[in-house]
Design a binder for this molecule. Structure first.
Ligand SMILES: Cc1ncc(COP(=O)(O)O)c(C=O)c1O
Length: 463
């Protein structure tokens, strides 16, 4: 079997599929056929036989061909703030979620250390069975207060919070209607639940209303899910409209505030504050502790009934260890600072608004960003996004490219995260360099067909 594989570990069939997929990444190209599987003979099944693994190899080959250094897994040697050190060089950093500039704050570090001294580094059990500590309850009370809900529960991961909560609240007879650009964790939760999944076009509440209306009668429970501040685009939904749709169709409304907390609303309390919506109108507030709250974990805030149910039933809570004391103490201290220092919220919004204005005036495509913290620069081509990120890195700016297949090829982009820690000068400097490099990169031809041919040749060489 191995002898029929080429340099990339691909069978001829898999190679053909992959090339077809790459070609389909071009706008207007046809989608590939569904996979055909086979080879049930004996022997050891290698991970390298996975199509996804082989694609990794092809992507690396494409990077080499284009002369673009791998922008992933770069090693940061200290705290990633407005600046970061990579390979002994200091970069302006636009690739961290440190929205209100609290990572490394000595007050937070002291709170985390005190929690370790008092409770140790682990609670050593799940919360229901011996893992409960006062710091968990204090953090949950603070999150509930901030969101204006009756209660909250914290879990050890943001991604896994969405997976376990959605996966457990909904079942096979139910329907989940969600924004088409919703985060992967929500899609994974929906898949786990077995509910019917109905995406609606990004931000389009009229379509959500129509699709939910069409599906609702045939399903037991219904969940409408949106993000408060979309992580790839920096745009925001019409929250009041989504509340009305949820009520109209007797659906639960869930809002993921991962990128809204600390950023939206004058105090940074999130989407409800920004939209002037009563937070109790949203059934399920979800958030992560890993962005503005500079820790690790996820949470749900909502009614007492919801929280009680999740604390007793959600597998990712019941069968998982309680949050580490240092992680809980970090977020509790960060929340306290957020409440006391709203100027941080004003600062991140001012920096992002300035950056948005400068690059928009320079003619760049920033999509629908509201300029709250996330500003995409859409290049419309993964090759161009990769080249631009590479060129900026050479000039001392760390920013992450978002490439196909993470986004559709025509939506390939750089994503700038602005923070309260950036100075106005740093923002102006980055915008100027970006405009300069963008002009050069856009002037270069991007030949997807040549790239596809090159990859095809490389794969064939070893056959
Ligand atoms: C919208 C959204 N929800 C959930 C998550 C998962 O959170 P975490 O990274 O804390 O696991 C993310 C992560 O970036 C996110 O962007």
């Amino acid at each position: 079997m191995e002898s029929s594989r080429n340099l990339f570990g691909l069978t001829a069939q898999a190679k053909a599929r992959l090339l077809e997929k790459l070609a389909a990444a071009r706008p207007g190209a046809a989608a590939s056929e569904p996979e055909v599987v086979g080879d049930t003979g004996g022997g050891r099944l290698a991970i390298t036989e996975l199509d996804g693994y082989r694609e990794l190899r092809v992507i690396a080959e494409a990077g080499d061909y284009l002369g673009i250094a791998n922008p992933f897994f770069r090693m940061h040697e200290g705290i990633a703030g407005a600046e970061t050190v990579i390979g002994n060089r200091t970069y302006l950093n636009f690739a961290s979620y440190n929205y209100i500039g609290l990572n490394g704050d000595p007050r937070i570090a002291a709170a985390a250390k005190a929690a370790i001294d008092r409770y140790g580094t682990s609670v050593s059990a799940s919360r229901p069975v011996s893992g409960e500590r006062p710091i968990h309850r204090e953090l949950e009370a603070a999150l509930a207060r901030l969101h204006g809900t009756e209660d909250a529960v914290v879990l050890v991961g943001g991604h896994s919070t969405n997976v376990t909560v959605i996966g457990h609240l909904l079942g096979r007879n139910d329907v989940i209607v969600h924004d088409s650009l919703i985060h992967n964790s929500i899609v994974q939760g929906a898949i786990l639940s077995g509910a019917r999944r109905v995406p609606f076009p990004h931000l389009d509440h009229a379509a959500a209303d129509r699709l939910l209306g069409q599906a609702r009668g045939r399903h037991g429970h219904a969940l409408l899910v949106i993000e408060g501040h979309y992580s790839m685009d920096g745009d925001v939904p019409d929250l009041a409209a989504f509340v009305a749709i949820a009520r109209k169709h007797r659906a639960w409304l869930m809002v993921d505030e991962a990128h809204a907390l600390g950023v939206l609303g004058t105090r940074g309390f999130g989407s409800a504050e920004r939209a002037g919506v009563d937070p109790r109108e949203v059934d399920i507030w979800m958030g992560t502790l890993s962005k503005s709250l500079v820790s690790c974990g996820g949470y749900i805030a909502g009614s007492r009934d919801l929280i009680e149910y999740l604390k007793h039933m959600a597998p990712g809570f019941v069968f998982s260890v309680g949050m580490a004391p240092a992680a809980a103490a970090t977020s509790l201290a960060a929340l306290d600072i957020l409440e006391r220092e709203p100027e941080r919220v004003a600062a991140v919004n001012a920096r992002a608004a300035l950056f948005l204005r400068l690059v928009r005036e320079g003619g760049l495509d920033v999509g629908g960003s509201v300029g709250a913290a996330i500003v995409p620069v859409i290049t419309g081509s993964s090759i161009r996004a990769g080249r631009l990120a590479h060129a900026l890195f050479e000039r001392g700016i760390n920013v992450q490219p978002i490439l196909y297949p993470a986004v559709p090829e025509r939506a390939a982009r750089l994503r700038f995260f602005l923070t309260a820690a950036h100075s106005e000068d740093q923002v102006r400097q980055a915008a100027a360099i970006l405009l300069d490099e963008h002009r050069k990169v856009m002037a270069e031809p991007t030949d997807m067909i040549a790239l596809t041919r090159h990859l095809g040749r490389r794969m064939t060489e070893a056959e």
